[in-house]
Design a protein around this ligand. Structure first.
Ligand SMILES: *Cc1c(COP(=O)(O)O)cnc(C)c1O
Length: 458
């Protein structure tokens, strides 16, 4: 098919839509390391995990063998409200950059929660409902995950209790109100409603909280209430599985126009959008069917892949969760307060970590003022106002396209545009006023985080 015929937006027809999630673990020769019980240091069993998570989600978490898992009809029906997500040919950006590169982005921001997180939220709420549960608890940082989960829970008529990092609760009241509109109960964390919250408050009075703290509170709250389970918006293998809808749709849209990407770029916080986008392509690499350059982009202020250690670590501050082997900066690591761009989790999905350790994907880090500059450049030509998180991928896509201008290579670049940035205008404001600064942790800063790593040899 000739180049000219490629439309601005590639959509899939209903009969072309993926009906299965793809589980890349099935094709990985080196499987991601199992979650460990922090007491016994033995792999977490189904029985242990089901006290925290829904049964079906535990099965998915432990499933390293089935390459495809059917998406239940109720979830496919919900996906119809906002999917397929368009694969956009960035003609305007290409023109602006005067590059021979062909740039495509998969836009996941076309739903009220404004990000890809709804893809997994609806699946997790569905399985909770199937199990006959009353509700779920979770944590949220800036609020994207909490918003997505509130939408999903209201659809299935489940209670949703969100522990929101206190600084965000106070500084980002709009997201909080979106969650309450969908019926969620939102508690600033740390709070005095849990044991672990009270402990953190007594040790650090006046703390603004962190994701790691809010996770501990949400896990405790789920465990202490009949009919509740805990759900998580990233990092876990089940979440990457649900997010594979992004990659499956992208692959189908590219195939429709016979487009072969040279590189695939995604931002990496906990690794769920990146893992979901790249899974089908990594699968082809693993099976020797195709080759791609795959690049994970993280903030220089929270560089888990590029500067972290690949070891077992705690997933939360209160150390109530299982241990995960991942690239990590240590559960005590906190990005500097001037960091505004999201992607601030100390660790990385164990699937993404293993793929990176095996050299199947690359990683790079970028500084936040450069990220906001790329965001603005993108918004001005492509129209969409991107989330700061997504803009990490934009930054590297632009850099690669500029390299093509210099070398004359017509590379095909695909990147994930995970969401919109309407709730991040305070950060955009700082950027416009020239008040945004960059911070790259020193070796000494990193050592402090590493000092808190558990001593696990398995
Ligand atoms: C949460 C979020 C991310 C990062 O999370 P991952 O699990 O790494 O995908 C990226 N972009 C947006 C818009 C988000 O809301």
């Amino acid at each position: 098919m000739s180049e000219k015929k490629i439309p601005y937006k590639i959509y899939l027809e209903e009969e072309e839509m993926p009906r299965r999630w793809y589980n890349v673990r099935a094709d990985m020769k080196n499987k991601p390391a199992p979650l460990l019980n922090p007491g016994t240091l033995k792999p977490m069993t189904f029985e242990e995990l089901r006290s925290v998570f829904c049964d079906e989600l535990v099965r998915q978490e432990l499933n390293d063998t089935d390459a495809y898992i059917d998406i239940p009809q109720e979830i496919l029906d919900f996906y119809k409200m906002y999917r397929p997500a368009p694969l956009v040919r960035a003609y305007c950006l290409e023109k602006k950059l005067d590059t021979p590169a062909k740039i495509y982005y998969k836009f996941e921001g076309n739903n009220t929660s404004g990000s890809h997180k709804l893809n997994s939220a609806i699946a997790q709420a569905y399985y909770a409902k199937q199990q006959g549960l009353k509700g779920v608890t979770t944590e949220t940082g800036a609020g994207q995950w909490g918003t997505a989960l509130s939408m999903a829970c209201s659809y299935f008529d489940l209670d949703c209790h969100v522990y929101m990092v206190k600084v965000s609760y106070e500084q980002k009241p709009f997201r909080r109100e979106v969650m309450r509109t969908y019926g969620a109960q939102v508690t600033p964390s740390p709070s005095d409603t849990t044991e672990v919250g009270r402990k953190i408050l007594s040790e650090f009075p006046g703390t603004g909280g962190s994701l790691g703290c809010a996770i501990s509170e949400a896990v405790e709250a789920a465990g202490s209430r009949e009919g509740y389970r805990y759900v998580l918006g990233s990092v876990l293998s089940q979440v990457l599985l649900h997010q594979s809808i992004i990659g499956e749709e992208t692959k189908a849209a590219l195939k429709k126009y016979n487009i072969k990407p040279d590189m695939i770029i995604g931002c990496a916080g906990g690794g769920s959008n990146l893992g979901g986008l790249i899974s089908p392509f990594v699968g082809e690499k693993l099976r020797g069917e195709a080759d791609y350059r795959i690049i994970a982009v993280e903030p220089a202020s929270c560089p888990s892949l590029t500067r972290g250690k690949y070891v077992y670590d705690f997933c939360d501050t209160g150390k109530v969760c299982p241990l995960a082997k991942m690239y990590t900066l240590g559960s005590g690591f906190m990005p500097a307060p001037n960091h505004a761009g999201g992607l601030r989790y100390h660790g990385m999905s164990s699937v993404v970590s293993q793929l990176y350790d095996d050299g199947l994907i690359e990683a790079t880090s970028v500084e936040q003022t450069a990220v906001f500059k790329a965001a603005e450049e993108f918004a001005r030509v492509e129209g969409i106002l991107p989330a700061p998180e997504s803009s990490h991928a934009i930054k590297v896509a632009i850099d690669e396209a500029v390299k093509c201008r210099e070398t004359g290579e017509e590379k095909t670049i695909v990147f994930g545009l995970t969401g919109t940035g309407y709730f991040d205008m305070v950060a955009y404001g700082k950027f416009h006023d020239g008040e945004m600064t960059d911070y790259v942790p020193s070796e000494e800063d990193l050592q402090k985080g590493f000092a808190g790593l558990p001593d696990v040899t398995v």
